[in-house]
Design a protein around this ligand. Structure first.
Ligand SMILES: *Cc1c(COP(=O)(O)O)cnc(C)c1O
Length: 460
C-alpha cells in the first residue's frame, strides 16, 4: 500500500515512511492511495474475532511493509495495557449503545491509537538505527496519552509542554508522575497557546529540527487514524448482533480524527448509516454540515475541553474525498481559506456531505443536563465529551440505532460530572493514590530559547 498527499506533491511512500513523515512534506496530509474494500463474506468472517485479531486483519491491509508476525506482536502488546479484556466493550443503557473507548492507561480514547503509535515508533527506529525526540504541546489529554505511549521506550525521548496550573490537576498528575528517564514534562508559565507557539517555532527551525530529529504525535499521523478504524468494526459487530435497523455512530468531535476513522470504515464497506458529528459550542463543523458555512470563529472554553477547537486538522483528509480525490481542488480551497478564513462548497458537494454525515451542536447546559438525566435514569456516568455525543444522538437519531463513542472516563473530568450530578465520580484503580505519587516536572518561563536549551541538553 502506497501513501499519497492530499496536496498531491509528494512521490508515493510506503506505510513505514508515512508513519515517520507525519505531516506530508508538501504541507498536506497522508492518505492511502486506495481504501481497501471489504466484501460481505470477509465482513461476516470477522464478526467473532477478538479485538486484537480484528485489529491485525484491518491494520495489515494498510501496513503491508511490516512482516505479519512483527505487526501482530506490536498490536498485541499495544492492547495489553488496557484494563478490559474486550479493549473497547460496548454497553447498552436506556436504549443507547455506548462504545467505551476509555479503558487504556490514561482513560481517554487517545490511548487506542497512541499505545500503538509508541510501539510502532520504537520498532521503526530500532530497524533504522535512528533516534527521535518527540516534542508536543498539550492542554490535557493528548500529553498523557503520548507519554504513556512512549515511556521507557528505546531511542525515544518525549518533551511535553503544558500550561503551568492550567490543566486539570488530574491531567497534570497523569503526566508528571511518569518518572521514566525518557519522559520530560515542561510546565510553562503561560497559556496553552504559548506552549503551542513555542513548539511550532521549534519545528519551524529546520536546523534544530534536523539536528535533534524532532518527531510529532499529533492526530495528523496516519497510524493514529488507522488504529481508530478498528473500534468502529468492533462496535458495529456487537450492535448488529442485536439489532437489524441502520446503525449511526455519534462521535464527539474536535480535530476530526476520530470521525474520519469512521469515514474510512464506512468507505471500506462497513454498513454504517450515518456518522453523527457532535460538537460543543465550538461548532464550526456543525455549521459546515447543516448550513454549508465553514468559517472560523474564536475558541470558547467549555466543560468538554478536548473539543475546544476551531480548525480541525484532519478535515483536510475528508475534503480530499469530497473533491473526488482531486488534490488541485484541495490546494485551491486552502489557499483561499488562508486569505479569507472561509470555505465555499457547491450544492452538490453539500448533498454528498449530508449523505454521509449529520450534525448537532450541544451547549453547556444541555451537556450538564444530559449527564444528570442519564445518571438519574440509568446510574451510568457520562464524561462531558461523551455526553455531547449522547445528547446529539438522542436529538437526531429518530429511526435506527445509535452507537455513542465514549471518549473519556468520567473520573477524568470529575468537576463537570460533580457539577451535573452533585457527586464526584469514583476514582478507577489506575488513578488511586495519584495525588501522593512523586512527580518530576521542569517549571519554565514561556521562553523559546530556554526551552530549546533544555531539550538540547536532555536529547540523546
Ligand atoms: C481528543 C478528544 C476528543 C476529540 O477527538 P478528535 O479526534 O480530535 O475529533 C473527544 N473527546 C476526548 C475525551 C478527547 O480526548
Amino acid at each position: 500500500m502506497k501513501y499519497i498527499s492530499t496536496r498531491g506533491n509528494i512521490q508515493p511512500v510506503g506505510f513505514k515512511e508515512a508513519v515517520m513523515m507525519g505531516l506530508a512534506t508538501d504541507g498536506g496530509l497522508l492518505l492511502p492511495e486506495r481504501i481497501p474494500a471489504i466484501d460481505a463474506a470477509t465482513l461476516s468472517s470477522w464478526r467473532q474475532l477478538p479485538y486484537r485479531e480484528l485489529a491485525f486483519r484491518i491494520i495489515s491491509l494498510f501496513a503491508d511493509d511490516i512482516p505479519a508476525n512483527d505487526l501482530k506482536r506490536l498490536i498485541d502488546s499495544s492492547y495489553d495495557s488496557f484494563d478490559h479484556k474486550e479493549i473497547t466493550p460496548v454497553v447498552k443503557e436506556n436504549g443507547v449503545y455506548i462504545a467505551e473507548l476509555f479503558h487504556g492507561p490514561t482513560l481517554a480514547f487517545k490511548d487506542v491509537a497512541l499505545q500503538f503509535l509508541g510501539n510502532l515508533f520504537e520498532y521503526l527506529l530500532k530497524e533504522s538505527g535512528q533516534k527521535m525526540n518527540i516534542v508536543g504541546a498539550t492542554s490535557g489529554d493528548t500529553g498523557s496519552a503520548a507519554i504513556y505511549g512512549v515511556r521507557g521506550k528505546e531511542n525515544i525521548n518525549i518533551f511535553i509542554l503544558h500550561p503551568h496550573g492550567k490543566t486539570s490537576p488530574i491531567q497534570a498528575r497523569q503526566m508528571t508522575t511518569v518518572l521514566d528517564a525518557n519522559v520530560h514534562n515542561i510546565a510553562v508559565k503561560g497559556t496553552f497557546d504559548d506552549c503551542q507557539n513555542i513548539v511550532k517555532e521549534l519545528f519551524n527551525d529546520l536546523t534544530f529540527k534536523e539536528k535533534y530529529a524532532l518527531g510529532a504525535v499529533n492526530s495528523i499521523n496516519w497510524a493514529r487514524v488507522l488504529a481508530q478504524v478498528v473500534y468502529y468494526f468492533y462496535a458495529w459487530f456487537r450492535v448488529s448482533d442485536e439489532v437489524d435497523s441502520p446503525i449511526t455512530f455519534s462521535v464527539p468531535t474536535g480535530n476530526f480524527g476520530d470521525i474520519f476513522a469512521g469515514f474510512v470504515a464506512k468507505r471500506m464497506g462497513l454498513p454504517i448509516d450515518k456518522l453523527l458529528l457532535a460538537t460543543n459550542e465550538n461548532n464550526i463543523l456543525t455549521r459546515f454540515i447543516n448550513e454549508g458555512d465553514y468559517s472560523i470563529g474564536s475558541v470558547v472554553q467549555t466543560v468538554s475541553p478536548s473539543m475546544d477547537i476551531q480548525v480541525a486538522s484532519n478535515f483536510e483528509r475528508y475534503l480530499y474525498y469530497l473533491f473526488d480525490e482531486n488534490p488541485a481542488r484541495v490546494r485551491d480551497i486552502f489557499t483561499r481559506f488562508a486569505a479569507t478564513g472561509r470555505m465555499d462548497f457547491t450544492d452538490e458537494e453539500m448533498r454528498t456531505v449530508r449523505r454521509e454525515f449529520a450534525s448537532r451542536s450541544v451547549n453547556e447546559q444541555e451537556t450538564l443536563d444530559t449527564i444528570a438525566a442519564f445518571h438519574q435514569e440509568t446510574g451510568y456516568l457520562l464524561d462531558p465529551h461523551t455526553a455531547v455525543g449522547v445528547k446529539a444522538a438522542l436529538a437526531c437519531v429518530t429511526d435506527g440505532t445509535a452507537v455513542c463513542l465514549a471518549t473519556a472516563h468520567p473520573a477524568k473530568f470529575g468537576e463537570a460530572v460533580e457539577k451535573a450530578t452533585g457527586t464526584a465520580p469514583p476514582f478507577p484503580a489506575c488513578l488511586a493514590g495519584i495525588e501522593q505519587l512523586p512527580t518530576r516536572c521542569e517549571i519554565m518561563e514561556a521562553n523559546r530559547t530556554a526551552i530549546e536549551k533544555f531539550i538540547a541538553e536532555k536529547a540523546r
